[in-house]
Structures are given as C-alpha cells and as structure tokens.
Design a protein around this ligand. Structure first.
Ligand code: NAP
Length: 291
C-alpha cells in the first residue's frame, strides 16, 4: 500500500467508477474520431425484475460514456434456437463489439450453450470458455467484470499482491474462480474457500486480503479478520429490514480492516464500469486490425 494504512478506509466504488468512466468517455471519443463507435448489445429474455434493473443500468452507463448500446428484450417463451440465431446475427454485426446475455435465462434455455455461442472477440462478460482459458493461461482475453473490478479497486489503493495471502470465499465461474486466477497472476498466494471448507475462520485469520463472494450475510465477521487486512465484499443480500447488504459484517470488520468495500457503493458499480471497459477494448481491438 502507498503508506502505512490507517484502519477502516472505505474503497468507494462509485467514485472510482466515475474516474474510470471519464477515461472510458475520452477513449470512446478517440475511437469516434476514427469513425468507430463502440457498441454493446444486451439481450434480456423474460421478465425477471432484478435483471430488468441490471440491463437498464448497463444500457444507461453505455449512453453516459458515449457508447452505442442496443437492448433487446424478448418474451420468456423465446426458443433457444431463436436466441442462438439472434446471437449469430449480432456476432456478424460490425456495429456491435460486445454481446451480453443477461443471466439467468429461462429454464428451457441452456445457458452454457448460449454463452458459448457468443463470438469470443465479443464476449465482454468474459464468461465464454475461451475467455476462461485465456485468463487461466495468461493470454489476452476478456476478464469477467466483477473480479476485474475488484482488481481495479486493489490497484486504486496501491495494494501490492506479490507475496500476500489472499483468501477468496466462493468458487463460482463468474466471481470466485476468476478472482482467484487474477490474484494468482499478480503473485498472491491464493486460498479458495467454498461451502465444503472446514475452519473458514482459521484461513481468513491468515489473510492479507479477503474477497467474499458467497451471497450470504455475515459470512465474514470481525473475529475472522486479521487487523490491517483488506476486505472486498462482492455479496449482494438483503438484511431482515430489506436493506441491501453484503457478505461481510461491515460495521464490525471496518474497525479492523485497513480497507473495506461497502455494499451498496462498492464492487457493484465497478462491475458495470468494467463491462464498459471490456466493450471499449473490444472496439479498440477491431480498430487496431484496421489502422
Ligand atoms: P454462487 O454461484 O451462488 O456461488 C457462491 C459460492 O459461495 C459457492 O462457491 C459456494 O460454495 C460458496 N459458499 C456458499 N456458502 C458458503 C459458506 N458458508 N462458506 C463458504 N463458501 C460458501 O454466487 P456468485 O454468482 O459467485 O455470487 C456471489 C455473490 O456475489 C452473490 O451475493 C451475488 O449476488 C453477488 N454478485 C455481485 C456482483 C456485483 O456486481 N456486486 C456480481 C456478481 C455476483 P459451493 O461451490 O461449494 O457451493
């Protein structure tokens, strides 16, 4: 870290997002000057209320930064074949540089098949098996937006990962596993925990960095945190009063952690920002092929 860190510093995902989005907007202008407008297509199948909010926020963020965006809303009864045909059309649409299918899709549609249908060059969510393979082998590709946002947060506080012990709680394909790979790539020593992990507290107490990505309140409490550790909270839950909260007991852990992310206002805004970064990078890669 830049200086000896005091305790309880907040990593503000809203402020960091604003700074990154200013950079996205200026890089977008540079592409526009060359006649290329970065474009994101967002596909929503069905009426899931949370998904409706997410896709609206993604499209609005694109517009705010000067990117082209298309929101396709389809009926929940859309067939898998029709969805694959739409993806194929977007794969071949030169005005679209990034394609995102909002998950979950209805049960009659195979989500893996849908993700694998997206051209890897347009896989700005970073969920395609080619993107996962690229991350694992350290090749260029698109990183999943949520763990990528976490890496940007660590960068923003000057956290040197080399030689540090990072404990990632959660091993999903979209957060926990890619998070662990990104930290490993930066030479952290990584422990991955999951529902079968025994003595979680013994592990977290050894951690210089804890990333909680579980989806359960109070998975990380103050007695589980080494003083001065950095704590990133990916979780999105509701407390009994219906208020949005993370996986970490924020009030308690803030008294021990050097840096901590709040929920809301932490990792969440960064996820959308990194989607914009990936879309912009997809367009920049196309531009570099046609100098
Ligand atoms: P997920 O697919 O449900 O994975 C949860 C992981 O937590 C699993 O690996 C599970 O282990 C593990 N787990 C469950 N109970 C545990 C326990 N008691 N101790 C240790 N590990 C435990 O969830 P996800 O998609 O990764 O999302 C995780 C959370 O992040 C959710 O709250 C989600 O809403 C949130 N999220 C936020 C953003 C954002 O932008 N802020 C983006 C994505 C996700 P097993 O593998 O053994 O089942």
């Amino acid at each position: 870290m830049k200086n000896q860190a005091p305790i309880g510093q907040i990593i503000d995902g809203v402020a960091l997002s604003q700074a990154l989005r200013a950079d996205i907007a200026s890089r977008t202008q540079a592409l526009l000057a060359r006649g290329i407008k970065p474009g994101l297509a967002v596909i929503l199948v069905g009426e899931n209320p949370a998904s409706q909010v997410y896709v609206r926020n993604k499209v609005r963020a694109c517009q705010d930064c000067g990117l082209h965006s298309v929101l396709e809303k389809h009926d929940a009864r859309m067939t898998e074949a029709d969805l694959l045909a739409r993806i194929d059309a977007l794969n071949n649409d030169p005005s679209i540089h990034g394609i995102l299918v909002q998950l979950p899709v209805p049960a009659h549609i195979n989500a893996s098949k849908v993700i694998e249908a997206i051209a890897p060059a347009k896989d700005v969510d970073g969920f395609h098996i080619a993107s996962a393979g690229a991350l694992m082998t350290g090749m260029p590709g698109f990183w999943p937006c949520t763990p990528y946002g976490c890496m940007k947060m660590l960068e923003s506080i000057g956290f040197e990962l080399k030689g540090k012990h990072a404990v990632v709680i959660g091993r999903s394909n979209i957060v926990g596993k890619p998070m662990a790979l990104m930290l490993l790539q930066k030479n952290a020593t990584v422990t991955i925990c999951h529902s079968g992990t025994q003595n979680l507290k013994d592990l977290t107490l050894q951690a210089d960095l804890i990333v909680a990505a579980v989806g359960k309140r109070n998975v990380v409490t103050a007695d589980m945190v080494k003083p001065g550790a950095v704590v990133l909270d990916v979780g999105m839950n509701r407390n009994p009063e219906g208020k949005l909260c993370g996986d970490v007991d924020f009030a308690g852990v803030k008294e021990l952690a050097s840096y901590i992310t709040p929920v809301p206002g932490g990792v969440g805004p960064m996820t959308i920002t990194m989607l914009l970064v990936n879309t912009l990078e997809a367009a920049e890669r196309v531009a570099s092929q046609h100098p």
